[in-house]
Design a protein around this ligand. Structure first.
Ligand code: NDP
Length: 259
């Protein structure tokens, strides 16, 4: 399904985990892909894999909380590959704490990475999409964008904000050939979930394997989702076949969140 041949994509947080899987999936669908994040080595590895698949790839070091770095990132993508008409706002961080133990710094950093950075990147990407009359924005949200849970107030607030951004921007550009959607996964088998399991183990004294089972149990399917499943959904949303899907927050969690 080489439906994205000739399209240029930018994936934030594309060096590992879900972002890496999305970058490789978009490349296998034919897109040229730039990946951005803070860890150069991881980004270079993904760039090499994209190029090995026969597409153009670019690795860009960028902290998405820093707007000047975002402006520079868009300049770099444009000069290396062309304007990105596919934007995947995937970079994200998570932390777990009671609200009374959530510090100002924790709140601010989570909001900046998970919500504000997506605003910066979408604002920077839209003019080229509007000129082209075609664009795809996929925001990697979470089931925490669709329902609350204890001890993740900052994370849930940031992901609800990301879904609100998704829905509002989608309608702003709805007649211009641009779709804007969010994918809302449950727990996915990545380093982020490894850290969550380690945190639960440390807080409860349970072995890490038992902590992992708790996370698997949040899904009625009794398992973690895979980064590749999220990537397939994101890639589909970028396709022509998905042009009628916009302003959605699509859940991929094995049946837990249903509305
Ligand atoms: P990882 O921790 O494996 O990867 C996070 C990615 O975000 C890394 O590539 C990291 O790159 C990047 N990133 C973090 N902070 C910044 C920053 N300031 N600037 C640029 N890049 C940054 O997590 P996942 O792959 O699991 O998560 C990806 C997305 O999926 C996140 O938005 C997360 O909230 C969401 N998600 C994850 C779920 C899960 O269970 N894992 C479930 C639902 C949603 P680097 O460190 O190089 O900067």
């Amino acid at each position: 399904m080489a439906e994205l041949t000739g399209r240029v994509a930018l994936v934030t947080g594309g060096g590992k985990g879900i972002g890496r899987a999305i970058a490789l999936s978009l490349a296998s669908a034919g897109a040229d892909v730039a990946v951005a994040g803070r860890s150069k080595d991881a980004l270079e590895e993904v760039k090499t894999a994209i190029r090995a698949s026969g597409r153009r790839g670019e690795a860009i070091v960028c902290d998405v909380t820093d707007r000047p770095q975002i402006d520079a990132m868009f300049g770099q993508v444009k000069s290396a590959l062309g304007d990105p008409l596919i934007l995947v706002n995937n970079a994200g961080i998570a932390a777990s704490a009671k609200l009374t133990e959530t510090t100002d710094e924790m709140w601010d950093q989570i909001m900046r990475v998970n919500a504000t950075a997506a605003f910066y990147c979408t604002r920077a990407a839209l003019p080229a999409m509007l000129s082209a009359g075609w664009g795809r924005v996929v925001n990697v949200a979470s089931i925490a964008a669709r329902s609350g849970a204890a001890y993740i107030a900052a994370y849930a607030a940031s992901k609800h904000a990301l879904l609100g951004l998704t829905r509002a921007v989608a309608l702003e550009v709805v007649t211009r050939g641009i779709t804007v959607n969010a994918v809302c996964p449950g727990y996915v088998d990545t380093e982020m979930t490894d850290r969550s399991a380690a945190y639960i183990a440390a807080r409860t004294g349970r072995p890490e394997e038992a902590a992992r089972k708790i996370l698997e149990g949040f899904s009625p399917q009794g398992r973690l989702m895979t980064a590749e499943e999220v990537a397939s959904l994101a890639t589909y949303l970028c396709s022509e076949s998905a042009r009628g899907i916009t302003a959605q927050g699509i859940v991929l969690d094995g049946g837990s969140v249903q509305a």
